[in-house]
Design a protein around this ligand. Structure first.
Ligand code: FA5
Length: 337
């Protein structure tokens, strides 16, 4: 008898698991529990024929199976009644696609820049946006009261801190933490009191630094030229103009031949054929010394360039401020990942 009850229970379980609607549950209830034709009711009626010694145990089993079936049926009826389908949901309707975002133009360019330098053997370095005067200026050979500090209108914070005005402090953090040979780039946000169509108070720079034995200015030129040709066009030219930054000697600013008119002269390059991109030079011996390296045995180059300017040229954006207003009508024009 116990075997029979066990197989009855298994059959009931499988039927109830595959019941798809209320009508199926009504059929199952009638088939097992109805007074007249229900299998379980019939079995209860045959209880008197069971050996009296076994009758109490069989009676208990029958009653507990009956309770089990009633509970499962009640649960299944409840869950069908509250299911989305019972409440009128049409599961055959096509779904609604949530709107898909795209990467911000700055992030698209950021990924491209990082990929190019990674392929050239550079690794990625990072530094904080809230910096100390020491890393942003002193260790970069800007003494207190040095007039070059005025060229980078600084946002000062409490407690001797400031918002970094350039990515060059990452040079110092890297030089203090690592031994040459090293080749890093550091890309991130920087801040200055500056705002017009080509200047934003928050913008992005990418810093490059290579230090090893025997590094020369030719390595710097080759690196910048290779990068410019990868990010813009194969025929891009680079020119270096002497300039002053306290942490490099010699120092230079570099321009790219205008990527829109190929150096012929247009409105974007103000008819000059050249676009200003950034600053560069050979790492100043004093900077190497201050960060624990011997300028007699190693040399290095460094460069820093404006990432937002690159994005503006690549996407034909003529006002840097558009990049940071978060106007979706503007951002949707640059789908990309
Ligand atoms: C510097 O910031 C130096 N740290 C670069 C450097 C690095 C020199 C390593 C030598 C060695 P500069 O102030 O010129 O240099 O800024 C570099 C570039 O950042 C500029 O050429 C320009 O492309 C971009 N830039 C500067 N100010 C802004 C601004 N307010 N908004 C957008 N881009 C800017």
């Amino acid at each position: 008898m116990q075997d029979r009850l066990q197989s009855l229970r298994e059959r009931f379980d499988s039927e109830i698991s595959s019941a798809a609607d209320a009508a199926a549950l009504v059929r199952i209830r009638a088939g097992y529990l109805s007074r007249k034709g229900g299998v379980l009711s019939q079995l209860l009626r045959t209880l008197k024929e069971v050996d009296p010694a076994q009758r109490p145990a069989v009676g208990d089993s029958l009653n507990s199976l009956k309770r089990y079936m009633e509970e499962r049926l009640a649960l299944a009826e409840d869950s069908l009644a509250t299911s989305p389908v019972a409440q009128g949901l049409d599961v055959s309707l096509p779904g609604r696609m949530p709107p898909l975002g795209t990467a911000h133009p700055i992030n698209q360019v950021r990924r491209e820049i990082e990929e190019i330098f990674l392929e050239m053997g550079f690794s990625l370095a990072h530094g904080p946006e809230v910096e100390t005067d020491y890393f942003n200026f002193v260790a970069l050979n800007f003494p207190i009261d040095h007039p070059a500090r005025d060229t980078q209108d600084t946002f000062y914070l409490e407690g001797g801190l400031l918002l970094r005005t350039h990515t060059s402090p990452v040079q110092i953090r890297t030089l203090k933490a690592r031994k040459p040979p090293l080749k890093i780039i550091a890309l991130g946000k920087v801040y200055r009191r500056d705002s017009d169509v080509s200047h934003s108070p928050m913008f992005h720079q990418v810093e490059g630094l290579a230090v090893a034995e025997g590094i020369t200015f030719a390595d710097l030129k080759g690196t910048v030229l290779t990068f410019a040709r990868r990010i813009f066009r194969d025929d891009t030219q680079v020119r270096f103009r002497p300039s002053y930054f306290p942490f490099v000697e010699p120092g230079a600013e570099f321009d790219l031949s205008c990527v829109l008119c190929a150096g012929q002269g247009c409105a974007t390059c103000k008819r000059s054929g050249w676009l200003e991109m950034g600053g560069a030079g050979m790492v100043h011996p004093e900077v190497l010394r201050l960060s624990g390296h011997d300028p007699q045995s190693v040399s290095g180059f460094a460069f820093g360039l404006g990432v937002d300017r690159i994005a503006m040229l690549k996407f034909g954006i003529d006002d840097i401020r558009l990049l940071f207003e978060n106007d979706l009508r503007f951002l949707h024009q640059f789908p990309g990942s």
